[in-house]
Design a protein around this ligand. Structure first.
Ligand code: UTP
Length: 408
């Protein structure tokens, strides 16, 4: 595309303001701006148009889980199936580490946060230690893919290298970068971070499979023995990764995916819960549920929509492959985004001033035909580090780690 074509494209998309400062830029800055324009995925405009009109033709139903008691009763069988699969090289891991961790307010990748008190214990270190337990039990290495954003890629890779991969074999660890989407103002106009840069941010945690594809990682996966991918977030410091019991139970169930869940602590708890939407597994956000759904109970007294997803999923690779050409829906999220105004002056907002456009892992679950909902003990497997203080914070995670026998 030449300059005139780009100018016309932006005019057609009602985004001509992006070039307002173009005449003031040097050659390098012009090049940066033009390549960012070329990389824009314009799907965000559709998401902006639809944001106030969620589709209404959906039927939501409750979905049951494999309960803890049922898992305990078959634990040895599931574990043996899972360990065999790992030994046969069927499992790989995907660590979602591309988030910006704005709520925690830590200026490095979240995994570099030291959750220790008297001794050093980085979040990445803890996740690798959990994985190494399974590697030793199965006596087989498990490939780990780590998704970063371009913002935290270098810091993440350098951190692993500086710490010798925390005892993991470097050849089994692969990093890749997720894509970025532009942020817009509340009228849908793309914001500028500077006179020659768009305000870009990671495109959410649902686009990892297509990002792996774009990074050229999938061909070797498709040619390998790998059958399952365990996807998990960086910030649940108690979660069991590569859990052979979860893997074995999912394989034994014959279902197309697996999701670890915990029981909600109380009806209004702010977690997304598992359900069925039009017959497909789905996660409904707490703010999408009405009073009746929030409080609906089953005959045994438990909440009908009572299983909160903890972002730890199993997906079969062959099924994911079939979804590659299907677009992931973009969710529009209101956030605070620094930007320059029409005079080139930097604005640091105090209140949410912008929309970000994000894919979500839960939409990938919806593309699967069914899902094993696998209940885990909240106190043993759920300690998210989201906030600086209060709920789901460093302090609450430390208390839970200590309760589980960790020395901090
Ligand atoms: P969160 O939804 O908690 O987002 O991510 P975040 O960016 O880490 O934190 P806040 O909202 O700014 O405070 C859940 C998981 O998804 C990953 C995160 O790294 C975390 O493991 N994630 C999130 C990505 O990998 N990419 C993204 O674009 C967003």
């Amino acid at each position: 595309m030449n300059f005139e074509e780009r100018k016309n494209l932006l005019a057609g998309k009602k985004q001509s303001h992006i070039l307002d400062f173009y005449d003031q830029l040097n050659d390098e800055e012009k090049h940066i701006l033009l390549s960012q324009i070329d990389a824009i995925d314009w799907d965000f405009q559709q998401a902006f148009q639809n944001k106030d009109h969620p589709s209404s033709d959906t039927e939501i139903e409750e979905i049951d889980a494999l309960h803890i008691q049922q898992i305990i009763a078959q634990r040895d069988t599931f574990q043996a199936i899972g360990l065999d699969a790992i030994r046969e090289g069927k499992l790989c891991l995907l660590l979602l580490a591309g988030g910006q961790g704005t709520r925690l307010g830590f200026d490095k990748p979240k995994g570099c946060f030291n959750i220790g008190i008297h001794k050093r214990l980085y979040i990445f270190e803890l996740l690798i230690a959990h994985t190494l337990e399974v590697v030793h039990a199965a006596n087989a290495w498990i490939p780990i893919y780590i998704m970063t954003s371009n913002i935290n890629y270098k810091d993440t890779v350098n951190f692993f290298e500086a710490h010798n991969y925390f005892g993991y074999r470097a050849e089994y660890v692969h990093f890749f970068v997720q894509e970025l989407n532009p942020a817009t103002d509340l009228d849908g106009k793309i914001l500028l971070k500077s006179k020659y840069e768009l305000a870009l941010s990671p495109n959410g945690n649902g686009g990892w499979f297509s990002s792996m594809h774009k990074a050229g990682l999938l061909d070797t996966i498709f040619e390998s023995n790998l059958e399952w991918i365990n996807v998990f977030s960086v910030d649940n410091v108690l979660q069991r990764i590569a859990d052979p019991v979860f893997l074995g139970a999912t394989i034994a169930s014959g279902k197309m995916s697996g999701a670890k869940v915990v029981r909600k602590a109380f009806p209004e708890e702010k977690v997304g819960v598992m359900c069925k939407e039009n017959g497909k597994p789905h996660i409904i956000e707490y703010y999408e549920m009405n009073e009746e759904m929030l409080n609906k109970r089953l005959p045994d007294g438990s909440l009908a929509y009572g299983f909160g997803a903890i972002l730890n999923y199993l997906f079969p690779i062959h099924r994911l492959k079939e979804t590659l050409d299907q677009a992931m829906p973009l969710h529009v999220v209101k956030k605070k985004v620094p930007h320059i105004d029409k005079n080139g002056v930097l604005i640091i907002p105090d209140e949410p001033n912008a929309y970000k456009y994000e894919t979500l892992a839960l939409d990938l679950i919806h593309k699967m035909d069914d899902c094993l909902i696998f209940e885990v003990e909240r106190e043993k497997e759920f300690a998210p580090v989201k906030n600086k203080e209060g709920v789901d914070s460093v302090d609450t995670a430390r208390v839970l780690l200590e309760k589980n026998g960790y020395t901090l």
